[in-house]
Design a protein around this ligand. Structure first.
Ligand SMILES: [Zn+2]
Length: 286
């Protein structure tokens, strides 16, 4: 199961920004109250007449900026999809949220069959007074796409497995299983390696490759390995360029050794055992 990661969320955000920025909200229909967290405001009342000023991404979160004091934040979780549909389009049975716009035939829909995703209504102005309901919005580290080499180095001084570290959204935001496995393979790092054992030139190359893989995946509009679709309901194309992810048993595109699937902190992890030897000095690979 691949969940939407930085490139997929960025693709959705760009698609939504292009299609609904400036639209004024007419009505909101939330059919599952248990996916809405944050300040306990009546969502329909609070969002009505608000304009979508901007759509931004932070890590894997999608932020709809509805004014200086109000944002709606969406996390797609594992199976969540956020897209623009025609009001008359048939409705997926797992459609939990529909936002209709003033004088528009299109609407924004959020579908999430497995409900690991969620919505947060964040109200800046009344922050102190209102009661918070449900899950807190998780804190995010610097975005993986624009983290500086200096901060990346600092992050990797930790005595922690490199894979677990890169997946920790509080330390670096946006990387999940796909892009972690893909960038570790491109640099020749075994996912069980301790971050603090990587030499400086390896850290440098990981910093560069990680951002390069994310940027290439954004150009390909993400990887569609399961439920992920763009805001226009199209598939991404980057899965065709995966070198290890979901390629167990197939030959490595660099050395022709067979790709293996192992477990690293409970996560299915794809490696080439030859390109990514454990405990080896990894800096000589290109
Ligand atoms: Zn290989």
């Amino acid at each position: 199961m691949g969940m939407p990661e930085l490139p997929e969320v960025e693709t959705v955000v760009r698609g939504l920004a292009r299609r609904i920025t400036g639209f004024r909200i007419a009505s909101v229909r939330l059919s599952r109250k248990d996916i809405l967290f944050g300040h306990n405001l009546p969502i329909n009342k609070v969002l009505s007449r608000r304009r979508i000023q901007r759509v931004n991404r932070q890590g894997k979160q999608i932020h709809f900026i509805l004014g200086s004091d109000l944002s709606l934040i969406v996390h797609l979780g594992m199976t969540g999809r956020l897209f623009v549909a025609d009001r008359d389009d048939p409705k997926d049975p797992h459609t939990h949220l529909r936002i209709q716009f003033v004088r528009r035939q299109t609407e924004l829909r959020f579908c999430d069959p497995r409900r690991f995703g969620g919505l947060w209504l964040i109200d800046g102005a009344a922050h102190q007074k209102r009661k918070w309901i449900g899950r807190k919005l998780p804190a995010l580290g610097p975005d993986a796409l624009d983290i500086s080499l200096r901060n990346f180095r600092k992050l990797l001084r930790r005595n922690r497995q490199i894979k677990g570290l890169l997946l920790d959204q509080q330390l670096i935001a946006g990387v999940g299983n796909i892009y972690c496995d893909e960038s570790l393979h491109r640099v020749g790092i075994h996912p069980l390696t301790r971050a603090c054992d990587l030499d400086d030139s390896t850290v440098r190359r990981l910093h560069q490759k990680l951002r390069q893989v994310l940027a290439e995946a954004i150009r390909d509009r993400g990887s569609s390995v399961s439920d992920y679709r763009t805001a226009d309901k199209n598939r991404g194309k980057f899965q065709r360029r995966h070198r290890v992810y979901k390629r167990a048993g197939q030959p490595c595109k660099r050395c022709h050794n067979l790709i293996e699937r192992i477990l690293v902190s409970g996560r299915g992890t794809h490696i080439c055992p030859k390109c990514q030897p454990l405990f080896a000095i990894t800096s000589e690979q290109g």
